[in-house]
Design a binder for this molecule. Structure first.
Ligand code: FAD
Length: 322
């Protein structure tokens, strides 16, 4: 019988990604309903020592496939390793981050296991029978749909980074680490990574930044936003979709339903109206400051502090002060 909640724990260059820890956090909440275990799956090469970090954040057991075939993310070997784990342990639930890796891997696995997958969830709940209620924005973000998968197991979901909260690490937590070996079918390995070219590192990734200086159509001078971000440690510039659509900002920096979900300590929204699709990506921020010339702009409904003013004037003053 299918049981226990499994989390695919994404690592990049041996670093466990925040989203993996967030998923273990929500999995612990779900497991409380049914008394099931939270099990992590760690795939890679030379990554076994990272299992302790997953246990400290709430995993009961970590299944590790540590193999040279998994050195870099390539869909087929990762899909084979996940299929091996899923067939052997028959999880009730498998969670993935809605990252480029999770979005690639999860559908492969769901097709191989002949089960459903709900992508891009923003909320997960479970009943006592172990049915997972997977909620995600639908119809352009105008409503939320809750989806269930009653006839098949595992129940599978991808969850956006930054939506769930990770638990504080407890280094004293005890768990089990199980090394798994996979019978590879190398005849299916059609892709080989020859070289990896990393994008130049500029400002911090917007999902990791503690403070976001976020700009919308009302910002006429992006230089002022970058200047402000350069003066605040741990900050980065993000934007609404409008600036991405007109080519002024990279899609990597877009916040919202079709961009990224962020939960910084402070979200400074300059010249952003607060459309529902934008709010979907930032309303969980700890403290929201909105600067807008229109006192009726919807962004003020979610703001902790609202400033009715010209964005450029506020940038100028802040840049002078800092
Ligand atoms: P506007 O709505 O044009 O607002 C500009 C604001 O700037 C106004 O409130 C104005 O009062 C203010 N302003 C003007 N001048 C100044 C000034 N000098 N100083 C201060 N304030 C000023 N949007 C996203 O952001 N992210 C998404 O992921 C996203 N996904 C979408 C998905 C779908 C399916 C759809 C249909 C839409 C999506 N959108 C998304 C678009 C969204 O609906 C809005 O159109 C967009 O967020 C508006 O961006 P904005 O706030 O920058 O621009």
């Amino acid at each position: 019988m299918a049981k226990n909640i499994f989390v695919f724990c994404e690592q990049r260059d041996g670093q466990i990604q925040n989203v993996a820890l967030e998923l273990i956090g929500v999995a612990r909440e779900l497991a409380e309903k049914t008394g099931e275990k939270v099990n992590a799956v760690l795939l890679g090469h030379g990554v076994t020592d990272k299992a302790d970090e997953l246990i400290a954040h709430g995993a009961d057991t970590v299944y590790v496939v540590d193999h040279e075939n998994l050195e870099k993310f390539v869909t087929e070997p990762y899909a084979q390793a996940m299929t091996h784990i899923a067939r052997k342990y028959e999880p009730s639930v498998i969670l993935f981050g809605a990252t480029s890796i999770g979005r690639d891997l999860a559908p492969r696995l769901s097709a191989r296991l002949r089960t459903g997958l709900t992508a891009d969830c923003t909320k997960l709940e479970m009943d006592e029978e172990g049915n997972l209620f997977m909620t995600r924005p639908a119809f352009g973000g105008n409503l939320f749909a809750t989806i269930i998968c009653p006839d098949h197991r595992p129940q599978m979901s991808t969850v956006r980074p930054g939506v769930m909260k990770k638990l504080e690490a407890d280094p004293a937590r005890v768990g089990e680490v199980v090394a798994e070996s996979v019978e590879w079918d190398a005849s299916k390995f059609a892709v080989t990574v020859l070289e990896e070219v990393k994008a130049e590192k500029g400002e911090a990734n917007i999902e990791d930044a503690k403070i976001l200086v976020s700009c919308g159509r009302g910002v006429k001078n992006l230089e002022s936003a970058h200047e402000l971000a350069s003066k605040i440690k741990g900050s980065a510039v993000s934007s609404s979709r409008t600036l991405v659509d007109i080519g002024l900002m990279d899609h990597e920096r877009q916040v919202g339903q079709t961009g990224k979900t962020v939960r910084p300590e402070a979200y400074l929204a300059f010249g952003i109206s607060g459309a529902i699709q934008h709010l979907a990506g930032m309303e969980e921020s700890e403290f929201i400051v909105a600067v807008n010339t229109d006192k009726n702009a919807p962004i003020f409904k979610v703001a902790n502090l609202g400033i009715v003013a010209d964005a450029e004037a506020v940038f100028k003053n802040l840049n002078k002060l800092l």
